[in-house]
Design a protein around this ligand. Structure first.
Ligand SMILES: [Mn+2]
Length: 363
């Protein structure tokens, strides 16, 4: 096989049900996964015999360089019917699977029209098939995620040094972005969460003009992107002295996270059991009603991807990367979340997050 992208494409073809000729992939993220080419207007048509990448003149040259193992076809304005219809005829297409979770209705209607008489099917479960490939990370993908995580850790350490009473959550979020980009992050993995004091009870609070005060717990949920791959980490720190209850909540979340991580380290491989390992501990301490979200999720080319570490269960795929991020959120008062990324191996797991988890008291 020529390279890992043509190999991935071959893998996909090998699991597509026989009654379909192949697949039409138009989402940017899956296009990037199968071709290595990041493009917001690419149409990747793969069948058992052929592979064609269709794009417009803005991307043709770059696509030819990036995807040299696949025929690249350009279409001009007003030529979609002509170009796609020609491909459909040349390849003798009868039915292609499409990404029903990622395609808009108007995209479906347009593609069905220009590829006619080929039938575009949403019933073959293409999204699930692609998910089942993307979930297993190779060493290059892990290296990117580790690099992204290292930048996030160095950046958060830098941001800790700027916490004082005059700064706002928004100031800290901006500084995280600026510094991470300077350290080589392509971009942030998502809008950083900086939630201080009572804002901390909202798991996905948006950083605002609230100024840091003594006695605050401050939750940072941050990530970077390197090589298209995301990192994800949450840390909660204290500014000034904290109360007994704040500390108790912190310790409970930390122990819950450790329980779920220990489950993985011991070779545990069920998503519901991993979720329960953290949740049961939080319940036992009386905070069950204050932990509403699932314990974690897959990470990779997207910040949230398959699988979900939740009560729904299922096996944890080997070589997947998942987060473990329990939290306790007391409305109107404060919140704590601690999140690491772990790489699931055949009989254990590797922690990809290096940053310390003990409660840090700044100021
Ligand atoms: Mn997360």
């Amino acid at each position: 096989m020529a390279n890992k992208y043509s190999w991935r494409t071959h893998q996909l073809i090998s699991i597509i049900p026989e009654q379909y000729d192949g697949a039409l992939i138009i989402s940017q993220i899956n296009g990037q996964y199968f071709t290595g080419f990041n493009c917001d207007n690419g149409y990747f048509i793969v069948t058992r015999k052929d592979c064609i990448y269709v794009t417009d003149s803005r991307y043709t040259e770059a696509a030819q360089k990036a995807i040299d193992w696949c025929e690249v076809v350009e279409y001009g304005s007003g030529q979609m019917k002509q170009v796609f219809g020609g491909i459909s005829e040349r390849l003798g297409l009868k039915s292609l699977l499409v990404e029903s979770d990622r395609m808009t209705l108007s995209q479906y209607t347009m593609m069905a029209e220009v590829l006619a008489p080929a039938f575009l099917s949403e019933e073959g479960g293409l999204d699930g098939l692609i998910e089942s490939l993307r979930v297993h990370k190779d060493s290059d993908e892990i290296a990117c995620m580790k690099a992204a995580q290292t930048i996030a850790e160095q950046t958060l350490q830098h941001v800790y040094g700027l916490i004082r009473e005059s700064v706002t959550e928004a100031d800290l979020a901006f500084e995280f972005e600026f510094y991470a980009r300077r350290l080589g992050a392509e971009r942030l993995a998502f809008d950083s969460i900086v939630a201080s004091g009572e804002n901390g009870s909202m798991p996905h609070a948006v950083p605002g003009q609230r100024k840091i005060r003594r006695g605050d717990l401050i939750t940072f949920d941050v990530g970077c992107v390197v090589g298209g791959y995301h990192s994800d980490m949450t840390r909660t720190v204290a500014y000034g002295e904290v109360s007994g209850e704040q500390r108790r909540i912190y310790d409970t979340v930390l122990r819950a996270q450790q329980a779920a991580m220990d489950y993985l380290f011991a070779g545990g491989s069920d998503l519901a059991e991993c979720d329960a390992a953290a949740r049961d501990l939080i319940k036992a301490e009386g905070y069950g009603e204050y932990f509403g979200h699932s314990t974690g999720h897959g990470v990779g080319l997207e910040i949230h991807e398959f699988p979900s570490v939740s009560f729904r269960g299922g096996s944890i795929p080997v070589n997947s990367v998942i987060t473990v991020e329990p939290g306790i959120y007391i409305p109107g008062k404060y919140g704590v979340r601690i999140e690491n990324m772990l790489f699931k191996t055949a009989d254990s797991a590797v922690n990809l997050t290096g940053m310390d988890r003990e409660l840090i008291i700044l100021g």
